[in-house]
Write a protein that binds this ligand. Structure first.
Ligand code: ZN
Length: 431
C-alpha cells in the first residue's frame, strides 16, 4: 500500500508540474507521446501513465553575449545557444533563427538546427564597418513564447573623429557627418596623443580665430565643418584641408566646408554622407599630404597629362590586390583638372566610383572605400590601420558598374598645406 500511495503522489506531482509548464496559451508545441512502457518502472503496473513529453522551455546563451572586435572582423566566439526542455535536458532538432539586428555586418547562416547537446552555433558573425552597436538575436520561430537571446558586440578602436560645426546643419545632415566620422574611426584604430589647441593657433583660414584662445582638447582628430557659399550649384561641392598635425604624425585638426548651393542636392542624391566621408579623407591626409610626404611621382600640375602616380608601397600592393594593372609599384593618380583635383585623388578614369576619386556622380550606386584608400593611410606612416574596414571594391567592377561615365555632380577641392587658400594653407605642428 505504501508504495502504491507514493506512486500516486508521484504521478500527481508530475501532472501538476506538467500543467504548470504547459499552461494553455503559453506554448504552441505541445506534443503527446505514446507510453513507451518505462513509466511504470518502480511502481505498480497500471498505476502510472506516460511521462510528460519534453517541451521547449528555455533558450539560453552558450557563448559570450558581449564581445568586441575590429570593424569587418569576425567575433572570436560566434553566437551559440542551447535549447532545453522542462527538465533542463538539451533538445536536439530544434530550428534556431539567428537575425542580424544592428551594425550592418553579416551572419552565416540564418537557421541552425540544435545538435545532440541541444546547441545551435553560428558559423561566423562579422561586424559592420563603422563604430556603432552590433547585435544578433537568436529565437525559436516555432515557440514564440520563449524569450530570444541577444548577443552584442562593439567595434574595437582607440581613434575618434569629432566634428565641430561652425554653421548650422539639419538633423539629417548632422547624422550624415556623424556616420562618416564613425566610419573613419573604424578604419584608423590606434590612439593619437592628446593635445590642447586653440583656434588662435590655427593657420589662416583653417577655422582660425585670432581672438579665441580657449583651449580645445584634441582626442584624436577634430574637424571644423561649415556650410558656406563656394561657387554656386555644381562645380566645387566641398573642400577640405588639414590644419594641425600631431608631432608624431597624424592630423589633429582639420577643416572642411560644403557649398550651401549643393548641400541639399547632395542629400537628395544620397551622396551627402559619401561626400563628407571623402572630405574627411582629405582632412586626415589622403591627397592633401601626399606631395608633402614625397609620395607623388610626376605631378601633373604644371605638366598636364603626366603619368602621375602615388608611390606608397602599401597602397601599390592593395592596387594589385583589387585587380589594378600597368602601374608597377605605384597607384595611378588624377592627372587632369585643376589644383585641388589633380595630384590629390586616385585617377578617375580607373577608379570611377571609388570614394577618393575626384568627381562624385549622383548615378553612382555607392562610393566604396577601397583597400587602396585604406592602405594609403599606412603609407602616411602616422596611423594604425584596420585593413578589414575596407569596402568590397575591385577595379574591373568599378568600370563595369558605371559603364559610360555619368556626368558628375561636381568635384571636390583639396587644399594642401603648401598653398595660399581662404580655407587653409599651412600646417601647424602640435608639440
Ligand atoms: Zn576630393
Amino acid at each position: 500500500m505504501r508504495s502504491h500511495l507514493l506512486s500516486v503522489l508521484g504521478l500527481l506531482g508530475m501532472a501538476a508540474c506538467g500543467n504548470e509548464i504547459a499552461a494553455p496559451g503559453l506554448y504552441d508545441r505541445r506534443v503527446t507521446v505514446a507510453d513507451d512502457g518505462d513509466a511504470d518502472a518502480g511502481g505498480d503496473p497500471g498505476d502510472s501513465g506516460p511521462p510528460p513529453a519534453p517541451i521547449v522551455t528555455a533558450l539560453v546563451a552558450a557563448s559570450a553575449v558581449a564581445q568586441s572586435a575590429f570593424a569587418g572582423d569576425e567575433v572570436a566566439e560566434p553566437p551559440s545557444v542551447v535549447v532545453r526542455d522542462q527538465f533542463g535536458n538539451p533538445m536536439a532538432g530544434q530550428s534556431v533563427h539567428f537575425t542580424l539586428e544592428a551594425g550592418g555586418g553579416g551572419i552565416d547562416p540564418s537557421f541552425v538546427t540544435t545538435d545532440a547537446e541541444g546547441k545551435a552555433t553560428l558559423t561566423a558573425w562579422s561586424l559592420g564597418k563603422r563604430v556603432a552597436p552590433n547585435q544578433v538575436r537568436a529565437r525559436l520561430d516555432a515557440t514564440p513564447g520563449i524569450a530570444p537571446v541577444t548577443f552584442d558586440a562593439t567595434i574595437t578602436t582607440a581613434y575618434t573623429v569629432t566634428v565641430r560645426f561652425l554653421t548650422t546643419v539639419t538633423a539629417t545632415q548632422r547624422a550624415a557627418f556623424e556616420n562618416a566620422a564613425s566610419r573613419w574611426s573604424a578604419v584608423i584604430v590606434g590612439d593619437l596623443e592628446d593635445f590642447q589647441v586653440s583656434r588662435s593657433q590655427l593657420p589662416n583660414g583653417c577655422a582660425r580665430d585670432a581672438s579665441d584662445s580657449t583651449p580645445i582638447m584634441v582626442d584624436d582628430t577634430i574637424i571644423f565643418a561649415s556650410v558656406q557659399e563656394i561657387d554656386g550649384r555644381g562645380g566645387v561641392l566641398a573642400q577640405a584641408a588639414p590644419c594641425a598635425q600631431h608631432d608624431a604624425g597624424g592630423i589633429a585638426v582639420g577643416v572642411m566646408s560644403f557649398d550651401v548651393e549643393d548641400l541639399e542636392f547632395l542629400e537628395s542624391n544620397n551622396v551627402l554622407e559619401g561626400t563628407i566621408l571623402h572630405e574627411m579623407g582629405h582632412v586626415i591626409g589622403i591627397g592633401s599630404l601626399w606631395s608633402m610626404n614625397g609620395l607623388i611621382l610626376s605631378p601633373s600640375l604644371g605638366a598636364p597629362g603626366a603619368n602621375t602616380r602615388f608611390t606608397g608601397e602599401n597602397a601599390a600592393q592593395a592596387f594589385v590586390d583589387v585587380g589594378g594593372t600597368g602601374f608597377t609599384g605605384t597607384v595611378p593618380v588624377e592627372n587632369s583638372g585643376t589644383a585641388g583635383s589633380a595630384d590629390s585623388h586616385w585617377r578617375e578614369s580607373i577608379f570611377r566610383n571609388e570614394l577618393m576619386s575626384p568627381s562624385i556622380s549622383g548615378m553612382e550606386p555607392s562610393l566604396p572605400m577601397s583597400a587602396v584608400t585604406v592602405a594609403s593611410l599606412k603609407d602616411l606612416g602616422a596611423y594604425t590601420i584596420n585593413d578589414l574596414a575596407a569596402d568590397d571594391f575591385v577595379i574591373a567592377s568599378a568600370l563595369m558598374a558605371n559603364g559610360p561615365q555619368y556626368p558628375p555632380l561636381g568635384v571636390c577641392r583639396v587644399v594642401t598645406p603648401s598653398e595660399e587658400h581662404p580655407l587653409g594653407g599651412g600646417l601647424v605642428e602640435l608639440r
